[in-house]
Design a protein around this ligand. Structure first.
Ligand SMILES: C[S@@+](CC[C@H](N)C(=O)[O-])C[C@H]1O[C@@H](n2cnc3c(N)ncnc32)[C@H](O)[C@@H]1O
Length: 463
């Protein structure tokens, strides 16, 4: 038994023990404090003792009441610097926006529907939506090989996924996509090549590179439609397509080369569905499986995207832990390499990012409406990690970087709060500024312990 097997065995034993205690998953958890926040936060009992230049000075005193440290004094506001967003719509290249708006014409040319399929499209979309979400048990492995389902996926779900992924990929740090001219990439559970297509659209600097993509899926039809779609997109952009190697196979099957970039979107929630093993066991198993495809060199990248729901977010958070243990450190969305404070454990927050779909393609929203699936926002969870064998813990003690990972929360006194992730844990950022999910900001590090939000346990930061 090698070290890896031993470790897996250990997880297995741990998992079985836990299953006897049988905690349920947290899929039915309520979202970000929506029930909740009213009346919880006491106004006027604030916050930081901070003599820093950037902070307004406070003059109050600490007192101990009911075991909690409180600070009664003047309200104090830290000056925040904006560091950018992972969901900024203005980062999407104009030519990509144009193609996305008219993606229907590309799909119809590549994957035309007969009149019967056209008539049944809305119904099939609705059915597939249920099997992908609330009726997962009824989904058959290889559902993408059924013509009606594949048509629904290609004409609808693929398009929405492109909307989500182009928004994200256009905003990920440039460093993350600094691939060599002839880099080898693997997209696992590629379906109709959603990830490579979204990347081609989002990152003009990669379009002229001779990337070689191994696209792996158990559905060969989906791969073949996807390859044609990528060719059409590249042609529209007057570029050559990347080299695509279609791999009809199961996750774990061999590929011929090691990859510099490994991607996977909307797959592990599906693969994990059939398993009764707990998520930490699965996360380790999937991470090991993915990394077996990696070149393992410094700079090798892994990009995982999943639906922004608690169960998937939990799995991703655990995969992030496993990646860190293998020295693949998260470049985004996490502003730190420490424990994930939005790990989706029962009762806790889960890491997800949402944006309004007001500017999504009108034709796509029309399909949503006719399928009785109207949408106002898109949500995702993700982690983008890079191998760095010499990475060290962050040393900046002067600043606190955080990423907003919630909708606005109404607080008493006409104030607004947002949950955010930081190296000191979960934050409740109280602000009058209009912040958005996915934005990253930096404030001076509070010198004393911030007050704790009673409901969430988050540290309260005012900026
Ligand atoms: C929801 S689709 C996602 C497709 C694409 N990545 C996207 O984001 O649009 C999930 C894909 O995973 C594939 N899949 C499921 N189990 C798999 C497995 N064990 N090995 C490889 N692919 C798998 C399915 O065939 C399907 O194409």
């Amino acid at each position: 038994m090698d070290k890896n097997d031993e470790e897996l065995k250990w997880y297995e034993i741990k998992a079985k023990k836990r299953m006897r205690g049988s905690p349920k998953n947290n899929a039915d958890e309520n979202k970000h404090g929506s029930k909740s926040e009213k009346g919880k936060e006491k106004s006027g009992e604030r916050e930081f003792e901070d003599g820093k230049k950037n902070a307004k000075k406070s003059t109050g005193k600490f007192s101990e009441s009911s075991g909690k440290k409180r600070y009664s004094g003047k309200k104090e506001t830290l000056v925040a610097k904006e560091l950018g967003s992972i969901l900024d719509p203005s980062s999407i290249p104009d030519d990509a926006k144009k193609i996305l708006a008219d993606f229907k014409s590309i799909i119809e040319a590549t994957h035309p529907l007969n009149s019967k399929q056209r008539a049944l499209l809305s119904q099939k979309i609705l059915e597939l939506s249920h099997t992908l979400t609330d009726e997962r048990g009824q989904r058959r492995l290889g559902y993408m090989n059924q013509p009606a389902t594949l048509a629904a996926y290609t004409h609808y779900f693929l398009w929405w996924n492109l909307v989500r992924l182009t928004r994200l990929f256009s905003n990920l740090p440039d460093d993350f996509f600094s691939l060599s001219e002839d880099a080898v990439c693997l997209d696992s559970g590629s379906g109709p090549l959603t990830v490579p297509i979204a990347l081609f659209l989002s990152r003009p600097e990669l379009r002229d590179k001779k990337l070689k993509w191994y696209c792996m899926d158990i559905s060969s039809q989906a791969l073949s439609i996807g390859e044609n779609l990528l060719l059409s997109v590249a042609a529209k952009l007057e570029k050559e397509s990347w080299q695509i190697v279609r791999v009809k196979g199961d996750f774990g099957d061999d590929i011929k080369e090691k990859a510099d970039l490994i991607t996977s979107a909307n797959v592990f929630n599906e693969i994990s569905d059939g398993s009764d093993m707990p998520p930490d066991y699965l996360a380790k198993k999937y991470t090991d499986g993915l990394l077996s495809y990696s070149s393992g060199k410094d700079g090798a990248k892994v990009l995982l995207i999943e639906p922004g729901v608690p169960k998937s977010s939990r799995l991703l958070s655990l995969m992030r832990d496993s990646l860190i243990r293998k020295k693949y450190f998260p470049l985004s969305p996490c502003p730190h390499f420490g424990d994930c404070p939005m790990d989706g454990k029962r009762g806790g927050k889960w890491c997800n990012f949402a944006f309004s779909v007001d500017d999504a393609p009108t034709a796509l929203k029309k399909i949503s409406d006719s399928a009785k699936l109207p949408k106002t926002r898109a949500v995702l969870s993700f982690v983008a990690a890079e191998k760095k064998s010499g990475a060290e813990a962050e040393s900046d003690e002067k600043n606190l970087v955080f990423r907003i990972a919630s909708d606005p929360i109404r607080l008493p006194g006409h104030r607004t709060g947002f949950y955010a992730c930081s190296k000191i844990g979960l934050l409740l950022v109280v602000t009058e500024s209009k912040l958005h999910s996915g934005e990253s900001l930096c404030v001076p590090m509070p010198k004393s312990e911030p007050e704790i939000d009673e409901k969430s346990g988050a540290k309260i930061i005012r900026c």
